[in-house]
Design a protein around this ligand. Sequence first.
Ligand code: GLC
Ligand code: CA
Length: 588
Amino acid sequence: MSKHKRRLILAGLAITSIGLSITEPDLIFPTSQEAPARQAAQEANPAPWWKHAVIYEIYPRSFQDTNGDGIGDLQGISERLGYLQDLGVNAIWLSPIYPSPQVDFGYDISKYEAIDPMYGTMADFDNLLAEAQKHDIRVLMDMVLNHTSDQHPWFIESRSSRDNPKRDWYIWRDGKGPGISPNNWQSLFGHSAWQYDPSTQQWYYHKFYPQQPDLNWRNPEVRKAMYDVCRFWLDKGVGGFRLDAIETLFEDTRLRDEKILPGRNAYGDPNEDESRTVDLPEIHEVMRELRQVADSYPGDRVLVGETYTRTTHDLLSMYGLDGPELQLPMDTQVGFIDNKLDAGAFRQRISAAENDLDGHVPLFLFDNHDNPRSWDRYGDGMHNEAIAKILATVLLTTRSAALMYYGEEIGMVTTPPKTRAEVQDPIGKIGWPKEKGRDGERTPMQWDGSKDAGFSTTDHTWLPVAPNYPTINVQVESRNPGSLLTWYKALIALRRSHPALHLGSNIMVNATDPNMLSYLRKNPGNGPSVLVAMNFTAHLRIVSYDLKAQGIEGATGKALAQNGGVAKAVELSHVALPPFAVLVAEVQ
Ligand code: GLC
Ligand code: CA
């Protein structure tokens, strides 16, 4: 199953937008011992930066507008680097900023080695890169390899005649007869994946919109051209790439039909199993070659993958079975599967990442620009803020790299369009009303309570600012020690500074408890380990921990961070956790 199929499951959800309720400030800030501890953690750990990274996805259109056109820009990102450094992120991933007709808001690229004027100039980009470096933040580019825009010069040439040298750069095929497409393959964005071109009387394949023709990755010239594009950005000094739609690079050469599955999708098409167009074995060769390109540069350049595998075990092949592939294929099992706050399911999936990935670091995430925000997916309408703090805790205190999405740290809500006429994302137009598109999770960042939430100064931001911005914004939350933003900041700082959280193994404890998720981050040295305990229910839970089997003698816990009214010092034999409470405690 691929991501957009998965997204359809999410799309049926009722989205509630409940404001963030301010709780009692009961969070303990990292102490002044932080700096030496951090240094010690770093010295003890020569591992590459990405193994412990917090990567923050920026959707540039929606982050910060500086020229008043209602669309975010590169200058805006540069101006907010101080905020990002303060939050503690190690890298930002920019959704595509290349020239594009913007049919898929940048995922339809018409020139790979330039910047769309809407976002600024190459000088603005160079400036962003230099400034980010000063803030100790790497910049990852979104690399779209599967397809280009239909306005890319390669495709314009390719469609111009059957014998154009670039014809074979895309997937052109004859139909089965007049008006009949080559087979039953469907676009992830609805309806046939084949588009007829009357001038040359053949069909071209597009896994996404018709304006996004798929490249032919079996053509060596295509490969070379795309690796050169990667080198262009690596030469500039980017920290690596997020590889878009990497699973769909190849299709069955014999064009065999997809198997039809029961039911219909949100577009009204029959469900298909996608085994002819997703995850073909050839993708691994490309990922190995991409990794060689990245590794030919100094400074641990990283490849993050957009991988929506069926199981955690399937993810193993993305790290590479016959030589290195991606360092960080995303693991969607924890954050995107069924959206239920189910302690057993979380435990099972986190354990799978711990046990089934041959020691590779998993990359967890709860939010991105393609799925409704976790605030609404996991929230119960009453305890959303406490639940958001639980998700943040899972993201930031397990042994994983962490991928965040702008606004997640302040609890931004999903704000879907109310009418079809308001929809910007084409899939919302194609699939309305079942599929409302992805506008809801792409609304402007909420910086403060001023006009346009401090995002812009125009009356026409490209998507409307969510109505809750007067109370849910960076300015309000940074002043509140009990806010979600303060929680994220504190956990990111802790994860950097505490050796057990930074380097420790992840061991599930009280592993049969259906109501609580508890794990130990065991200190690899002589220092204290950290116990993380979360109550996944709306009832008070009293639990007892015996960590002797884990070789831990300490019987008390001192809170490094806690939410929901847990005591600051606890006897591990009797820990009281109020509804949805979290305790991150050093065991002493
Ligand atoms: C990826 C992107 C998504 C885009 C698609 C087509 O899934 O995350 O936003 O629409 O690729 O490029
Ligand atoms: Ca702008």
